[in-house]
Every structure is written in C-alpha cells, then in structure tokens.
Write a protein that binds this ligand. Structure first.
Ligand code: SAM
Ligand code: SF4
Length: 324
C-alpha cells in the first residue's frame, strides 16, 4: 500500500525477541533491558497471522530482527512458515552471528533469502569494547559458515564509531576478498546511540579512496533498503552506506516495523503506530487488524528529525527493543 506521501510500503522488520547475547554500547545497556515476560512477546502464531495480514496489504519482504533473533528458540521454523505465506517474496534476517555456525544449515533449508551480519570490527579487543562480550571468534566462525552458502546473499553491517582499534579499512577488505557487501551504517541518535559521534560517509569514502583508489557509483538496486553502493576496483563485493543522518532517505522509505511486543511502528524515530498485540488479544478480526494497519500507515510521518533537539512522540526505547 502507499502512505499519504505516495511511498510504497512493501517491507517490514519484525523483532522476534528483545533479548540479546551481546551488549553493544550504542544499542543496549550493560545490565540489559528489563526483559519482558514470555507472554508479552508475540507468539509465532501471532507473528504468522500478522504477516499474513500485512501481506494482504502489500508487504512483500520481511526482515527478522531483535534483540538477537537467533536466540529465540524455533526461529528457523518460523522462517519456514513465513516463507509459505502467499505474497511474501523474501524473508531475510539480521544477526550478530554468534549462533550462525549452528543455525546456518537450518536457515538455508528454511529458504532464507539473505543474511545481514552485524560486525563492527575485525579487532578482537575493539569487538569486546563495543559488544562487552568476548565472542569475536564465534562470530568469525559464523561468518565462515555463512560463506559456505554462496547462493545466500551476505551483507556485513558496520556502525563506524571511531572507537580505538576499529578500522574501517579492515572491514572493507572482506568485500575485496569475498563476494559479500560491506555497509557502513551511520549511528542514529536513538537510545544509547545519542551518546556517540561517529564517522560520516564522506570521511569513510575518502579513507577508502586513499587506500584503494578511485571507485564508481554502483547505480543498480541492491537489496530492499536505503543503502547506496560503490564499486572499488578488484573487489568481489560492493561497499555500501546507510546514511540516515548525512544523506537522509525518508522520501523513499518503504518500511514499517513490529516490535517484539507487537507494536506497529511506522517511523524509527517516533513512537507513533498501533498496538496490534492489544487488538489481536482483544479478539479483533483480521479485517479490524487490517484497518488498524492501514490507518497507522496512512499516518506514517514524512521524515525523521534526528537533528532537532526535541520532537513530539520521540522514541525513547533502546534500539535492541525496536529492532534497528
Ligand atoms: N542483533 C541483531 C544484529 O545486531 O544484527 C539485530 C538487532 S540490531 C538492533 C540491528 C542493527 O541495528 C545492527 O546492525 C546494529 O548495529 C544497528 N544499530 C543498533 N543501534 C544503532 C544506532 N543507534 N544507529 C544505527 N544502527 C544501530
Ligand atoms: Fe544485540 Fe544487535 Fe543490539 Fe548488538 S546491535 S546489542 S547484537 S541487538
């Protein structure tokens, strides 16, 4: 469906858990977030029902997120079922990679259409500083495992925070050596992200150019999102940027989100949307839920205002609760 600004909304990010096995400094506090009880989180049946309704209003692509989606038991079975929903053309996942070694085979069998691996650094010490955990080797093992499935597109997502030991060139090397796209995501001032001032796209591009030489803009579309890409000579994969701050892309936003507790969010920055869990658990019919979804999408904000000091309805949750 299109929203009131004519944007075609065909992509949904579904958070299937608010729990995580890392504590990235820009995403989750050291002590974690108050875990919500099992009953408060959407059940798989509820997620499937909602996805069917979303598919009926034109959603075609689903990304599972979290927290860490692979810590939720049964995530692979859920993917299998989502893939069977009429109208859903793609189911992908974003993960920190810790559980990939064990789940990659299952994900492939379930028919996953793509994996985003969040990996901010190749330096084990910097990894520990950022994630407050010592599982760098496990993540790299997961990366190696994912490489064994070249038919499943793999993207590496890095938030370049400029923390000591985080070297953006090292990550770019992955796109040179392997058929994976490496994307730099500008930090968004949401939750703990507000505390950091990070490297911008222009700064990183000049570093890359200085090291690897000239690049070309890659003008074809890659993936479902707002990333734009560059091709460096001799690279197997592309270098991408998702620059919500310096290259705002709200005018082409195609997405909505569902939190683990079933709240439909129509813009990352605002708390506006619709409590679909309340509707479902209040025995609303599919038609009533569909109407609530269409109404919320018709009120999707025009754009974020990350650079404004104060905005009404500003999102106050942590990114791990929203799903990124
Ligand atoms: N745990 C999974 C993962 O790390 O991919 C899924 C959830 S995580 C919230 C999704 C993505 O959001 C990650 O790539 C993470 O780096 C990114 N992220 C978290 N906080 C952010 C922020 N303030 N600005 C930009 N990206 C952020
Ligand atoms: Fe967990 Fe992903 Fe947030 Fe890191 S970015 S704390 S892995 S949810």
């Amino acid at each position: 469906m299109t929203d009131s600004y004519g944007r075609n909304i065909d992509y949904i990010r579904i958070s299937i858990t608010d729990r995580c096995n890392l504590r990235c400094v820009y995403c989750m506090p050291e002590e974690g977030v108050e875990p919500v009880s099992h009953d408060e989180i959407l059940s798989f049946d509820e997620i499937i029902r909602l996805t069917e309704i979303f598919a009926s209003v034109g959603i075609k692509k689903v990304k599972l997120t979290g927290g860490e989606p692979l810590v939720r038991k049964g995530a692979v079975e859920l993917i299998k079922k989502l893939k069977e929903i009429q109208g859903i053309e793609q189911v992908t996942i974003t993960t920190n990679g810790i559980c990939l070694t064990e789940t990659m085979k299952g994900l492939a069998e379930a028919g996953i259409d793509g994996i985003n691996l969040s990996l901010d650094t190749l330096n084990p010490e910097a990894f520990e500083k950022i994630s407050r955990r010592t599982c760098f080797d496990k993540v790299m093992e997961g990366f190696e495992e994912a490489l064994k499935y070249p038919e499943i597109p793999l993207k590496i997502n890095c938030v370049p925070m400029g923390i000591e030991g985080q070297n953006v060139l090292e990550l770019a090397e992955l796109a040179r050596k392997y058929p994976v796209h490496v994307r730099y995501i500008e930090m968004m001032p949401i939750g703990l992200g507000r505390q950091f001032i990070c490297k911008t796209e222009d700064e990183i591009l000049s570093e890359l150019e200085e090291h690897y030489g000239k690049y070309e803009v890659y003008s074809q579309k890659l993936g479902n999102g707002p990333g734009h890409y560059y091709q460096f000579e001799g690279f197997k994969g592309k270098i991408g940027f998702i620059s919500a701050m310096s290259h705002k892309f709200c005018d082409s936003c195609n997405r909505v989100r569902i939190t683990a507790q079933g709240y439909l969010k129509t813009c990352l920055q605002y708390d506006v949307g619709s409590d679909l869990r309340r509707l479902m658990r209040g025995a609303a019919s599919d038609e009533e839920i569909r109407e609530a979804i269409c109404d919320a999408i018709s009120r999707k904000p025009l754009s974020h205002q990350f650079t404004e000091a104060f905005t009404e309805h500003r999102e106050e949750h942590m990114m791990s609760q929203i799903g990124g």
